[in-house]
Design a protein around this ligand. Sequence first.
Ligand SMILES: Cc1ncc(COP(=O)(O)O)c(C=O)c1O
Length: 473
Amino acid sequence: MDSRISARALTAALGGWRTSEPAYEALADSIRLLCLDNRLAPRTALPAERELAAALHVSRSTVAAAYRSLRDTSHISSTRGSGSVTLPLGRRDPGSASFEGAIDLQQASPPSWPGLAGVIGDVAGRAAALVGRTGYDVLGRLELRAAIAERYSARGILTDPGEILVTTGAQAAIHLLASVLLGRGDRVLIETPTYPHAADSLRGAGARLVGLPVTTSDGWDVDRAQQALARTLPVAAYLMPDFQNPTGRSMTGHERDAILDAAERAGTVLVLDETTADLDIDRGRVAPGFGGAEHGSIVRIGSFGKSVWGGLRVGWIRAGADLVRRLVAARSSHDLGTPEFEQAVAAELLPRFGEILAQRSHLLGEGRDAAVGALRAVLPEWTVPSPHGGVSLWIELDAPLSSALVMDARSRGLLLSAGPRFSVDGGHDRHLRLPFTAPVDELERAVGILADSWRRVRTGAPVAVTEQLEALV
Ligand SMILES: Cc1ncc(COP(=O)(O)O)c(C=O)c1O
């Protein structure tokens, strides 16, 4: 069934949209960005012009002109009597990943580990043994689960292979957990900003999200976490304690202890997404807390996606054996297992993890230093953190114009997601996520484009995005 967005919800999603003149084009651009970011799904019915005009406190002709502009660029279609509906993005639209010649920093995905092709070749040489199996593996190969369990045990989190479920990546793990742990209307505590696909997945399972602020300067708002846990008794908390995506922050021992304590009192399951936890650049030590004695209320998610390659689609869940059994039982309605070949590759990689992570650390360190250095040189008015690990910079702009900046940069061939994409409850238009996973020369070019775009956006120059997009495609 197609969805619809109310005038109120669209107004909240648009935030401070009026960043340039003419107003109708600024409004159209902001709606375009919501479509490009997937915050407005294709086939979503938009509010009637009159309703949106009232909610935004603009004239109806402004909304009508914005909708006309969106029709001209094929972002929406309108039918007399049934209103306006967003359209799927076309291949030639710069919103699609294949926008030729563009620098695409919408995803923070490091290149594959250089030894991966060799490992894939070795495993392919043994393919005859793999294809002799039934191939439907909803739990995961024992040797792979044992190797993953062994890594936890080495961290001091004693783990049995029966407490590991192998999935097709961390995203599938989040989705499966959401489908089993959550019912419609259940509350889930989640960092804001957060990893947006997790928020989408939790919302999709019917959860009501309760935002927990985390900042690059002060980390997790522990008071807020304690209050939210005690007052709203969330069923689960989805958190990234190490190299949080997008801020790059890691929880201190105090933050871990306080959140764990409050979660236990509230009966909240802590779902710790550790997809980025191994991406240490210069912290150089094992994270404190949440380790040692393991609690039944903690579920962990891991993945090879960032540490080896996003295309390897192997992740896992570490949970109590009972929950693992429930997850296995629920899984078959989503998918029938993790591919044998990818699991065999993953099992070969685990013994080499020390070497793999050293290479990642070096690569990410180069990217981070290049991006931080370039940004601080050309945009000194921005607050640019230098996180100890992870995949991205969470930059604070000196004005709430992230969406306008992203639209302008997009028209110059630089694709980024604006701050609000990472927000749980609106806002963050003062922030920009810049992944530092791309090659150094690309990052430096990206910063050059950002500096140009910022100058234009900051001075309120009209962002004639439509024309510029047409010039590029
Ligand atoms: C925090 C976090 N969790 C999960 C994922 C998804 O990982 P996977 O590629 O293993 O599905 C990502 C990827 O960006 C991520 O950053």
